[in-house]
Design a protein around this ligand. Sequence first.
Ligand code: ADP
Length: 598
Amino acid sequence: MRIFRDLWWFFKQEKKSYILGVGVLLVVALLEIFPPYVVRLVVDAIEGEKLTTGFLLKWLTLLAVAGITMYILRYFWRILLFGAAFRLGQQLRGELYAHFTRMSPRFFNRRRTGDLMAHATNDVQAVRVTAGEGVLTFVDSLVLGGLVVLSMAVFISWKLTLIALVPMPFMAWAVGRYGKWMHERFLKAQAAFSDINNKVQENISGVRVVKAFGREEAEKRSFHRLSLDVVEKNISVARIDALFGPTISLIVGVSFFLTVAFGAVYVTNGEMTIGQLTQFTLYLGQLIWPMLAFGFLTNIMQRGRASYDRIRSLLNVEPDISDREGAVTRPASGEIRFNLSRFTYPEAETPALHRVQVTVPQGATLGVVGKTGSGKTTLFRLLLREVEGPPGSVSIGGIPVEEYTLSALRSAIGYVPQDHFLFSATIRENIAFGRPEATDGEIERVARLARVHEDILRLEEGYDTLVGERGVTLSGGQKQRLSIARALLLDPEILILDDSLSAVDAKTEEKILESLRKERAGKTTLIAAHRLSGIEHADEILVLEDGAVIERGTHRELLEQEGWYAWMVRRQYLESLIEKGGGADGDEAVARLPQTSS
Ligand code: ADP
């Protein structure tokens, strides 16, 4: 019953549908009492040899009217109750979706996608069924069952009613027991389903790795094991399910047996008419559904409750990063300051960054370099407030990032991450993702800046080509350039390129960065790069190692420091030399080799 209390807010919200729906259900239950009564009148009339055409016609007409009325009313209560239940499903799904969009990446790291999908589909459905079929079975089993028993006792014979009801407690007991077993087994079946769901999802998104490592057979075997498990668990549910029908039939059979045995005696000694006995057996038949419904009800309510609890506990997870009260809503702008003593990820033991102090004046370009894992991305994520550092450690325009609303902060920043993502949509829509109202001219302009325009024109349908999961496959470099175009279209105050040109060749990278410098004059740009040529022009370059700044300065200054940076620059020049296989370009590269090593 608790689930009905928990859902009370919804019943109140939809009170018109529920009051009307339940009202109509009551009328139908009342009408159902009528046909057996007509049968009784007719049987008794036949038996007493008093049946006239007029009598028969009158009652048959009433029977037909009752039948048609029930037909219409049943349609209406279904629409009313199930319609409301569908609205509940929609509302919960909407809440979950909105909630998911508010959560930080940490939330998603800690949960399996398959489980989140299961909450948004199976659990929502279970609650919806409770609010629809659950309410129906509850009202129907109580009202119809009660009315039928009352009619049997009041209109026919309370003695026979008591006798006929003797087996019923067994029915209630059996149904309750089975329901409990069903529920336990059902939970296991659900868990097995969740596992197989995750497996499929993992294997499909990781199909390239599976193939590259020749793991198809092993994965097939493990899938087969999981799928056998699903079958086994579902069969164990079916085993209990299969007990329901036969048990109910047996118990109802005993009830009929007793009714006919005792009823025959009562008819013979004149306590009741044949018509009444017939009416009684018809009512008995009508009792089967409410009894069954009562059994289903425990099941439906248990499932609904478990699902509703899961949904609620998911909705109760507070977003770990959200807007402060009175946060600044004007888009962030101004100089960027990191004044970070240390930052450690919640699950990590060692700090990802420590003692990072840097100021990037408005309009300047900051380059960040360092080995993989040195903390470059973490620095950007702190600025984006995807993760939260100590209060006041990162600020824009003198205001700490946590004092801005998330939308004020993020609308000011264009972030091109390492792992770009294309949606299943056209190229045009992918570029215009952050500004769907952008004109074709604007989209083309940023595509040119990102040096991807020519590539797009070469595709058969140009800007209308579908990409992503359902469309054409683009190369890594093309995807990166599309992501850059996407960020440029926003013309953000602050642009972050997080190793976003790694798959683009050096020449194209240089061209892109050159046009970026012109395009973004006066606006702040942060660039992390592996290829150091990409950040040569930065106003300041930070070299990170294990989360600490080990060198800093302009390109020139760093070369003079003769440290990691200078060594890396030389190494990369030599590498590019080898790539080009000597030749004119190679000579040119040698000529450009930093001379500080002599
Ligand atoms: P980079 O961008 O330079 O490759 P990152 O900023 O991604 O480096 O990582 C810096 C350090 O933080 C690494 O040691 C990495 O293992 C750790 N790290 C990154 N993300 C997380 C996370 N979500 N939880 C715990 N540790 C993390």
